[in-house]
Ligand binder design. Structure first.
Ligand SMILES: NC(=O)c1ccc[n+]([C@@H]2O[C@H](COP(=O)([O-])OP(=O)(O)OC[C@H]3O[C@@H](n4cnc5c(N)ncnc54)[C@H](OP(=O)(O)O)[C@@H]3O)[C@@H](O)[C@H]2O)c1
Length: 332
């Protein structure tokens, strides 16, 4: 590493690019260095807003810049694979927003590129990195809940902008609730219960041809069950309930931004509520973790491993096949 701190570049100038830039302010090992847009004027405005010097009018330029160590991909799902591969070909470590890509084939090509370039690659499933999730993993590993038997988790919200051309509803941009929101409960289920042996699903496909809400029922080899939900039609509870033989854990609203959980002992009097408010906006935790991996010369994250991102994408492909929802990217 040329500098003491990781020099971050961001591809894309939308909503989440801003959230990540804000998060970087709260890291100890990273600094926001460069922004890239498809439009140079937009990049310059963003750079001015964030008080940085380097603005690029193309994604190629940031990928090739020797003033950047790591690139955060903040473009619509449909561009994740292309932008990640371009960045890795420029020798950059890549943190790519969720969903990792649109389908399994794309994720395989990203992983293959990371191996051939020997660079760090990680899916930006930011919900896994806040301190509360470290504690939850400790509880699960230590058997505090006993054997986990069920998981309920949901993520639904009502977008103000229902523009059919926007990334949430446009099939050309891989819109729909599954890839945008369903991935959170599905990723949580993967972290807690592993790979499902069976998947059942129902979706409401809207006018633009993408799933506006969907339910997912997963079962596992020892009979465990996960009931998961995503919606772009209404605000849901946005909570997760993990129930085991010895107790259950409720991750309170907004469970995808985890800061509060309650453990309740089965048939007992022990109720314990833990609050761990974010320092920063939450994006700092994944950025800090990624930065530590990069400084240590690691090529993937133990918290969000590449094989698990691939398996989650396989599950989402399987779900879409059941609905006959095909994106243009699937035909390439
Ligand atoms: N972790 C989270 O909590 C969270 C929350 C929201 C979104 N996300 C993820 O972040 C990604 C971006 O979401 P967002 O809400 O930031 O989207 P957004 O506001 O629409 O911004 C996307 C940016 O990507 C660039 N872009 C490149 N190709 C594009 C295209 N064909 N159409 C539109 N924009 C294009 C644009 O920047 P330039 O034209 O300037 O290059 C645009 O500003 C999504 O994959 C989403 O899943 C994550």
């Amino acid at each position: 590493m040329k500098d003491e701190k990781i020099r971050w570049g961001i591809i894309g100038t939308g909503r989440i690019a801003r959230a990540f830039a804000e998060g970087l302010k709260f890291t100890t090992n990273g600094v926001f260095k460069a922004i890239a847009s498809r439009d140079y004027e937009r990049a310059k405005l963003f750079a001015k807003e964030w008080n940085i010097d380097l603005a690029f009018g193309s994604y190629q330029e940031i990928a090739g810049s020797d003033e950047v160590d790591a690139i955060y991909i903040a473009t619509p799902h449909s561009s994740h694979a292309e932008n990640s591969i371009l960045s890795m070909q420029g020798g950059k470590a890549v943190l790519c927003e969720k969903p990792f890509a649109v389908n399994t084939k794309e994720v395989e090509s990203m992983i293959s590129e990371s191996k051939s370039q020997n660079v760090l690659l990680m899916e930006g499933m930011w919900s896994r990195f806040p301190p509360l999730m470290d504690l939850l993993r400790d509880w699960l590993d230590s058997g505090k809940l006993g054997e986990v038997r069920t998981l309920h988790a949901d993520f639904g919200f009502l977008p103000k902008d229902r523009n059919p051309q926007g990334r949430l509803f446009n099939p050309e941009l891989a819109g729909g609730s599954l890839l945008d929101l369903g991935i959170y409960p599905i990723s949580l289920a993967s972290m807690i219960l592993g790979k499902p042996s069976r998947i059942e699903t129902i979706a409401n496909i809207g006018e633009t041809g993408v799933d506006e809400q969907a339910a997912f029922l997963f079962s596992y080899t020892k009979g465990e069950i996960a009931m998961l939900l995503s919606s772009l039609e209404c605000e849901t509870r946005q909570e997760a309930f993990i129930s085991g033989s010895l107790g259950n854990v409720r991750i309170h609203k907004q469970c995808w931004k985890p800061q509060k959980m309650t453990f309740t002992e089965t048939n007992g009097s022990n109720v314990d509520t833990i609050e761990m408010p974010f320092t920063g906006n939450g994006f700092n935790y994944e950025a800090e973790s990624f930065g530590n991996l990069l400084l240590d010369g690691k090529k993937e994250s133990p918290i969000m491993p590449l094989n698990e991102s691939l398996e989650i994408m396989r599950q989402m492909d399987q779900i879409r096949r059941k609905w006959n929802l095909v994106y243009p990217m699937d035909k390439q």
